[in-house]
Design a protein around this ligand. Structure first.
Ligand SMILES: [Fe+2]
Length: 157
């Protein structure tokens, strides 16, 4: 079993709505798989994406490319650890579509790496706002709702 990562939901669960923030994702019970560690990580990832979104939309916070890259790298690392843990869980339970699921994870990670390179290369925060958060959030929610539920019945509790 992979070491559990620190994934305690934080106070950021209480999102502050602002007219300027359009892409805040609300955690919903319907997103729960019923596997506690995985659900906690999913929720923590959504919260982190939301925080990134808030930071990018905030007019008072001065967002710099280095700071953004730092936040991004943290998120990227967290997501990678989460994916590996999920893949290990599927492997241990002989999930038949493990390879296809892994390919989805890897495709996402490759896409994130491209976005990161483009942010670093162009230094365009506005591009990051549109691409990074929009893509991250949409992909993640779609994946949790559409793909992850497929393995749940194979997991022995
Ligand atoms: Fe997954």
């Amino acid at each position: 079993m992979a070491a559990k990562q620190a994934d305690t939901p934080t106070e950021a669960t209480h999102f502050h709505h602002s007219a300027k923030v359009f892409n805040i994702m609300q955690w919903d019970k319907k997103l729960e798989l019923g596997i506690d560690s995985i659900d906690r990580q999913h929720r923590a990832i959504i919260e982190r994406i939301n925080r990134l979104e808030i930071a990018l939309n905030s007019s008072v916070t001065s967002v710099t490319v280095p700071r953004l890259l730092e936040v991004y790298d943290y998120l990227d690392q967290y997501i990678a650890t989460h994916f590996r843990e999920e893949e290990e869980l599927m492997a241990q339970n002989n999930y038949p579509n493990l390879e296809a699921h892994k390919a989805l994870h890897h495709g996402f990670e490759a896409e994130l790496a491209k976005l990161r390179d483009s942010l670093e290369g162009s230094g365009l925060i506005s591009y990051a706002t549109a691409q990074l958060v929009g893509y991250l959030g949409k992909w993640f929610i779609t994946h949790i709702q559409g793909e992850d539920p497929k393995y749940v019945s194979y997991i022995k509790k």
